[in-house]
Write a protein that binds this ligand. Structure first.
Ligand SMILES: [Zn+2]
Length: 483
């Protein structure tokens, strides 16, 4: 989501304003410098953020100083070898729309119990998955044709990914020890991802109709259009889900509660053909007390709130999938907070300790800048505050990515790309970059990977096995499976 509204990368804003003083400098520079330039500037914003709670308030993310996650200390559990029985995740069915909301851990356990263990283990095993023998569930189980139980143990949604054997990279290395707060970090050149790999991610999905239409979002429904394009081209991406996004007005803003049909359909498409990730229920500022956000009430200052933000999405996704996907083990923090800054950021230990119970934190290695052009309603200049007449184009966004990635081995950045599924210009940029025949990546011989590929390259373990190892869940009824 955009900056103060929805996006990840933006600066704090009273966010916006504070940062904009800085950002206006960036505006005079070329695209290429902008993102990098942002970083120290945003850092400055963060400093003010720490001393003035205000900055956070409106604000987007403080900033990037490198790889917060990677800085974490070596975790207690490294090893554990083979992964467990990926319980094909069947667990009771019949969730109808009622589990929305945040809070409790209801519905979590039991997932592993009927353990239809479809695939064998961490990393190996093909995508065989007949989606589990829905041993549990009463008829509404995942094997009933929804296809939602079909994720095999190798984590390759749709059967395609680059690292189906979950082997560490570079070849011959052992894989990183699991940190206290595992995550993929924010390095511009992540050592564990091959430099010819680009991993697209779309946040803030699904979105629904925007009525009346606005300048920046038009009539909405961009996530559905993106999914149609991806599905038609057999592309299987990572999409990070909100269920009650609190920053923008569209019909998916509270779809967990309403089970709005279009929003549910979007979520189903993601679960069937893509890699779902948790982007929190409300897209609040994690690590900032609600009283310190602007407007007030859009933060999480304690562990229970943070847990509720993750479990709220899990509950809805579990209900939509009728128990087939009780957990999501890939997580992206709204605004990147507090991970982009990492250790030392306000609330970092509080937030990261909670998240590590559920999911691997997924950062980004480059920002498409797509969320930096609107105020939630109207278009602005890059990092701008005031509405402008002209919105960015798909070419603008594609160009911002192209200048960072260059060609394999020559770019300043590679790896995970931050994008959002809720903007018209992102929809237009996607074919320019990713079309299998004519896109920039194909023409320049980049490969397209997934977040799970990256987690496997880093740890030699799937996201669920990382969390199982860290939390001693292996072999327990709470053991997490592929998702
Ligand atoms: Zn977001």
């Amino acid at each position: 989501m955009a900056r103060r509204w929805v996006q990840e990368s933006s600066p704090c804003t009273a966010g916006k304003r504070t940062a904009h003083v800085h950002a206006s400098v960036a505006l005079t520079l070329s695209d290429k410098s902008i993102v990098n330039l942002h970083r120290p500037l945003l850092a400055a914003c963060l400093i003010s953020f720490t001393s003035l709670a205000r900055c956070s308030s409106t604000g987007g993310a403080p900033s990037p100083l490198g790889d917060g996650d990677a800085a974490a200390t070596g975790g207690p559990e490294s090893g554990n070898g083979a992964g467990g029985a990926s319980s094909g995740g069947v667990s009771s069915g019949s969730g109808s729309g009622s589990r929305a909301g945040n809070g409790t851990r209801s519905g979590n356990s039991g997932s592993a119990s009927g353990s239809a263990s479809n695939a064998s283990g961490s990393g190996k095993g093909g995508n065989s998955g007949t989606g589990t023998a829905g041993s549990s569930a009463s008829g509404s189980g995942p094997s009933s044709g929804t296809g939602l139980g079909n994720l095999g143990g190798n984590g390759c949604a749709g059967g395609t990914c680059l690292n189906p054997t979950c082997t560490p990279w570079p070849t011959g290395t052992k894989g990183a020890a699991i940190e206290t707060y595992p995550g993929t970090g924010f390095d511009v050149q992540p050592a564990f991802i091959p430099n010819d790999v680009i991993i697209p991610t779309l946040d803030d999905v699904p979105d629904g109709a925007v009525s009346p239409p606005t300048q920046a979002k038009g009539a909405g429904g961009w996530a559905a259009l993106n999914l149609s394009y991806l599905d038609a081209n057999k592309m299987h991406w990572d999409l990070f889900i909100n269920t009650s996004n609190d920053w923008t007005a569209n019909s998916c803003d509270n779809w967990g509660a309403s089970m709005n049909a279009a929003c549910v359909a979007g979520a189903m498409d993601i679960l069937k053909l893509h890699n779902p990730g948790n982007h929190t229920a409300h897209h609040w500022h994690l690590g900032t007390a609600p009283a310190n956000t602007v407007p007030a009430g859009k933060g999480c200052g304690d562990a229970a709130c943070v847990a509720g933000e993750l479990l709220g999405v899990e509950s809805v996704v579990s209900a939509v999938s009728k128990g087939a996907r009780p957990h999501l083990t890939r997580f992206r923090a709204p605004f990147g907070e507090p991970y982009e800054v990492g250790a030392g950021a306000p609330g970092y230990d509080l937030v990261a300790a909670v998240v590590a119970r559920y999911a691997v934190s997924v950062g980004w290695n480059l920002d498409s800048t797509d969320s930096l052009y609107d105020d939630g309603t109207n278009c602005t200049a890059l990092n701008g505050n005031a509405p402008v007449a002209t919105c960015p184009t798909g070419q603008d966004i594609a160009h911002a990515v192209e200048v960072l990635i260059g060609t394999p081995g020559t770019g300043t950045n590679y790896g995970i790309v931050l994008m959002h599924g809720i903007f018209p210009w992102t929809r237009d940029a996607i074919p320019l970059l990713f079309d299998p025949a004519t896109g920039y990546l194909a023409k320049n011989k980049f490969r397209v990977g997934t977040v799970e590929d990256a987690i496997c390259w880093k740890y030699g373990k799937h996201s669920w096995d990382v969390i199982n190892a860290l939390n001693h869940l292996k072999g327990t009824p709470q053991e997490l499976g592929p998702n």
